[in-house]
Every structure is written in C-alpha cells, then in structure tokens.
Design a protein around this ligand. Structure first.
Ligand SMILES: NC(N)=O
Length: 665
C-alpha cells in the first residue's frame, strides 16, 4: 500500500467536514438575511438570480470563485512543470481574456434581455425550439465537462495526499456542495464564494517563493525542456508552451461563453455595474494561476531529485499532481494540508456555480419551457432544488466514468475546445448581433463540432499509425488540430452565412422574456407572515430607507439603453485592448526574442505576479466588504438591538404596500 502524507481521516474530514461546515454557515447566513434584511431564497427569482441586485465587488468575487477550478491550480502547475514560465503565463492570460471579453456579452444581456434567467432562454426566444435544443446540448455538455474536471482534479489530489478512495471523493465533493446551494440559493452562494475566495488568497499568499532561480537553472541543465530556448525553464520561448496557449484560449472561450454559471453572475448583477464586475473579476483571476503555478509548478521542477519530492510519472502530471508534490516537499504535512484545503475550496465554490447553473437550465429551459409552462412559484422553486440535487449526483457519476475510462483532468482540459469550441462564435453572434442568421449559427456549431472531432482523430491516427487510445489522442498536436477546426469552422460558417443572409432582429422578443407585468407599486415583498400564508412572494420593488438599497426605480434607471450602450462600448475597447496586450504584445516578443531570464529578470517576473495577487485580493476580498458597508451596518444594528430586546432588531417593512428589501450585499 502506498504511503500517504496525511491520514485518510483528513481527506474525509476536509471533504465531509468542511462541506457540512459551509452548509451550517449557509443556513445561518440565510436566517440572518431573512431576519435583518427581509431577503429570503424562498422566492425563485431570488434563488436563481439574487433579484438582479448584486454589487460589482461581490460579482467579481463570484466570477473569480466560479472560474477557479481544480485545473486553475493543478493544470497550470502541470504546464509550468512541463514547459517552464511560459506555462503559467499562457494558462493565466489564455483563460482570463475570455472573462474580460464576456463583459461585452454581459452588457448586451442587460440591454437585450434584462429579465432572462438563462442564456438559453434568449436563444429560444430569438430562434425557437430547434436552436434552443442544439445550443442546450452545448450548454449542458459544457457543464458536464467542467464539473467532471472539478471532480476529477479534486478527487485525484485528495486521494494522492490522503489515500481517500477516489470514488468516495467523486460523490462526496458535489453532494456536500449541493446541501448548501439548496439552502442558500444564488445570493448566499455568492457570499460563500466570497469566503472561499478570501481563504484561497490567504493560502496562496502563504506559499513563499525561495531560491527558485538557482534551483531552476540547475534543473534545466539536468533535464532541458525540448523546444525551449537553451532547454531552459525560465524563458517564454517554448514551442509546446505556445501550443498549449492556443489550445487554452480556444477551450476557455467555450467554457465561459456557453456556461450558464457566467451568464448567471451577469444576470444577478446590477445592470449599471455588470461590465465593471467582469473586468475586475477577469483581471483579479489572472493572478491565481499565474502566481500559484509560477511558484509551485516550477518548485516541483526545481525539487526534482530531492529526497522529499515524490517522483512524478507522466500520468501524475496529467492528473495535475506537481503542485501538491511540491507543496508537500517544501512544507511537509502543513504544505499538504494547505493544498488539500485550497483545492477543496476551489472545487466546491466552482462546483456550487455549476450546480445552480444546471439547476436553472433544468428549471427554466426544460421544466418551464416544455413540461409545465404555467408552473407556479412553488413548483419552480421545488424543481430548482431538485435540479441541484440531481446534478450533484450526475457530477459524481461523470467523474466516476471518466476515472474508470482513464481520462484525467488534464486530458479533458485540452479536449474541451474540441467538443465545445464550435458554438463559441455562434453564441456570441446570437446575443450581440441583430444580423446573425439562425441557420448559419446552428449549422456552424454542428459542422464545427463534426469537423473538430474529425481533425482531432485524423491527426491522432496519422501520427500514431492508426492507433487511437486515450494516450494517442491526448497529444498537443492532436488537441490543437481539433480545437482550431472546431472554433474556426463554427466561426466561419456562422459569420459568412450571416453576412450573406442577414436577419434584422429587433430584440423585442428577448426584451420581453420574464418582463415584470405589474406596476411597480403593486409588487411588494412579503414578510414572514405572508410566507406562512403560502403567498407567491414577489421580489421587493420599493425603495428602502437605507443608503445602498436597490429598488425597481433604480433598476429601471440602470437599464437605460443609452447608458448600457455606453457600457458595451467601454467593455469592447477595454477588453479587446487587454486581450491584445495579454495575448500578443507581452508574450510574443518574448517568444520570438528567445530571451532566457537571468536572476534579476526572473525575480522581477515573480514579483509582478505577487504584486498582482495582492491587488487581486484587494479587489475581491476588501472591496466587496467596503461596498456592502451599509448592509453590514444594518445587520449589525439589528443583531445588537436583538441582544438587548429580543425581536426589536428584526427587519420590518416601512408601510403596507411598500415593503422594502433593504440593504443589499
Ligand atoms: N478556469 C480555468 N480555465 O482555470
């Protein structure tokens, strides 16, 4: 039996114990919200969309949390281990630009479908059932691939460090998360995301960078990297690093643009600050893989041959294990424990985003669209809860299937663009361009999928004498061919057909999705008494007395088309500018110059990463607290009053018919 650094009990303790801790925490948060702010996830709009009232700092934190997968920590470190410093750059930059560019889609969402629950509702309203079904395939496939990677990466690490059975981890991870998502809904999930992100930054910042350059220089003498300038780890001139960069960019376009989790954060956001939230979230997220992998992934290289360092096989690298091996070698049991907790927090918060995302699709795009169009509030909420539980089981099953087939997180990560990449451009066109042609977009998505798979398999067969296995299909060139064909064919077909046969869509159909019908004065939140009467609770629409409340009048003001068009224009030039800087202007001159960093240059490179991490922590840890100071004060005041006179701190609506939803977090 192999030796494990931590006892099996530590694995179960973290997976089950922290899962239960967060469930209890969520129950407490939900009770506090209901008592002191009048908010309750007993309302379906609140459960799935947090009443579209969340401020930018908390949305940014939720984006960082949902976008920090097991792969963000493990795969980024694996490519650092394989390719040197170019790996973390291409991982970080190649997956942050999509979040930045998504700011444009988010602005268009608020402009063209401000009350939609899911991105698929927009497709359905614009193009009908066939398009809805085709793109739902891509949407749900994205959720399944992402969730499987979360479960596979999380379980591989837990097993490697503690010996906990992989299948137990595959099921227990999503089930623990499902409990707290069902209890808290979208708003509390975002609050839990915030606590996860805070802990994540605290742990990353504790991994101190020491003597790395000397160790890496020695490593490149012993084990030079093929395709790198002078075989060095401290150069951006890495052929395989660049290939990974292209695969990474394509795959991550797919998993942002067609994952309901990112649309859901745009939907939960206040209209006026959505663009800001995505730009902030994208910039903040970059630091996580970049700094983590530059330190721990390269430490794994540097520590090769060290007595405390585990000898890593190619399968270990594909499973993403260099980071945990390095942390254990550097810091012993405490390093292993820190990695275990870090991984668990990353996996659970991203998993919670996937659970509520799929639950929303099952509720609004399957149940309400095709099974029960007249569903009541109560039925919708019940299906939403069942959807979370059902999808948690699907995650466990999917992880188990991939585990037994022998498909690792790293394999899936490079494959995601082959399966999903063809729908990226069609979806972006469908949401942003009135001229987008329905059949061009559907045809492009399907043709791209088929040709992507053909290009992938033909490349594998050609390079391996017709032998097709998980290993032969998982190479860099095979995945590159499939990724490029999928996104290229999908994009070209959708764009060319739309230019030849342009539509002239007015967006009226999408703007009226779920549009509130009643005059605002009639839509009031109910207090707990009316909850008991079983009334369908509408989200409050009237102003509260407190400074940072968000009411229907303000929402209408923020939905002003002129302001949203301005926000879209700002999102366009800033995100495209950042894309060009991060993907072309910084890395390509370094690649072509074949520069190998000296001690000073490498130290500077790492220091930039550390400073960026501090700024990111400020943006997604401190800023959300600051913007919610009025809500925090209101809750504290309520708790304080209750301490002295029980019941006196409870939130009370001001006047009948004008019940307020008070301060928002
Ligand atoms: N979210 C990613 N690609 O790490």
């Amino acid at each position: 039996m192999p030796d494990y650094l931590l006892p099996q009990g530590a694995g179960y303790g973290v997976v089950v114990g922290i899962g239960l801790f967060f469930s209890a925490f969520m129950i407490m948060l939900t009770a506090i919200q209901a008592r002191y702010t009048g908010f309750s996830p007993k309302n379906s709009e609140e459960f799935t969309s947090a009443s579209r009232s969340i401020k930018p700092g908390l949305i940014a934190s939720g984006i960082v949390s949902a976008w920090t997968w097991a792969a963000t920590l493990l795969q980024s470190s694996a490519v650092a281990y394989k390719f040197g410093i170019s790996g973390p750059w291409w991982y970080g930059a190649g997956a942050t630009v999509q979040i930045l560019l998504f700011a444009m889609l988010a602005a268009k969402l608020k402009l063209n479908a401000p009350y939609a629950h899911t991105w698929l509702e927009i497709i359905g309203a614009r193009w009908g059932k066939v398009a809805h079904g085709v793109f739902m395939f891509f949407g749900l496939a994205t959720n399944i691939i992402v969730s499987s990677m979360l479960v596979l990466g999380g379980s591989a690490t837990v097993t490697d460090l503690t010996g906990m059975h992989t299948i137990a981890a595959c099921f227990l991870i999503p089930l623990g998360v499902a409990i707290y998502v069902v209890v808290g809904g979208m708003r509390s999930t975002l609050l839990c995301d915030y606590t996860h992100t805070t802990a994540l930054f605290a742990i990353i910042l504790t991994f101190i960078f020491t003597k790395m350059h000397e160790l890496l220089t020695a490593a490149s003498v012993h084990a030079p990297v093929s395709g790198n300038a002078h075989g060095s780890y401290v150069t951006m001139r890495s052929k395989n690093g660049l290939i990974f960069g292209v695969i990474n960019i394509i795959g991550n376009f797919a998993t942002v643009f067609q994952d309901q989790a990112y649309w859901q954060r745009a939907i939960a956001s206040r209209p006026g600050t959505t663009v800001k939230a995505y730009l902030l979230g994208g910039l903040a997220w970059f630091a996580i893989p970049f700094t983590f992998a530059t330190t721990l992934g390269l430490a794994a290289v540097a520590l090769n041959g060290d007595a405390d360092m585990k000898v890593l096989t190619p399968a270990d690298v594909s499973a993403g294990l260099p980071a945990s091996a390095a942390a254990a070698a550097l810091l012993g049991k405490s390093g292993a424990t820190a990695i275990l907790i870090l991984l668990f927090l990353a996996v659970t918060s991203a998993c919670s985003a996937e659970l509520i995302a799929v639950s929303s699709i099952l509720t609004y795009d399957v149940y309400k669209a095709y099974i029960n169009p007249r569903a009541t509030e109560e039925q919708i909420l019940r299906v939403g809860h069942a959807g979370v539980a059902f999808y948690a089981i699907v995650c466990g099953v999917a992880g188990t299937i991939f585990y037994y087939i022998g498909i690792s997180m790293g394999w899936l990560y490079t494959f995601m663009g082959v399966l999903l990449g063809s729908a990226v451009v069609p979806i972006a066109l469908a949401i942003t361009w009135r001229k987008a042609n329905k059949w061009g977009c559907i045809g492009g998505a399907i043709a791209g999928l088929l040709l992507g798979i053909v290009a992938w398999l033909v490349t594998a067969a050609t390079r391996h004498d017709g032998l097709l296995t998980v290993e032969t299909t998982g190479g860099d060139y095979e995945m590159l061919a499939g990724n490029l064909a999928a996104i290229g064919v999908g994009g070209i077909v959708a764009t060319v057909v739309s230019y030849i046969w342009p539509e002239d869509f007015s967006w009226e159909a999408t703007r009226s999705i779920n549009k509130p019908a009643a005059p605002e004065s009639e839509k009031v939140a109910e207090d707990s008494d009316s909850d008991k009467k079983g009334a369908d609770v509408a989200v409050s629409t009237k102003a509260a007395s407190i400074a940072d409340s968000f009411d229907r009048t303000e929402e209408d003001k923020e939905l002003d088309p002129v302001a949203l068009t301005k926000a879209f224009n700002f999102a366009s030039w800033s995100s495209i500018g950042l894309f060009v800087t991060l993907i072309l202007i910084i890395p390509l001159p370094l690649f072509f110059s074949q520069h190998v960093y000296g001690v000073g240059g490498f130290t500077g490179w790492v220091i930039v990463g550390i400073i960026w991490t501090f700024f990111s922590a400020f943006a997604v840890v401190i800023y959300p607290l600051w913007e919610s100071r009025a809500a925090i004060a209101q809750i504290s005041k309520g708790v304080f009053k209750d301490l002295f006179q029980r019941g006196s701190g409870k939130f009370v609506a001001e006047t009948p018919g004008a019940t307020a939803q008070s301060a928002h977090v």
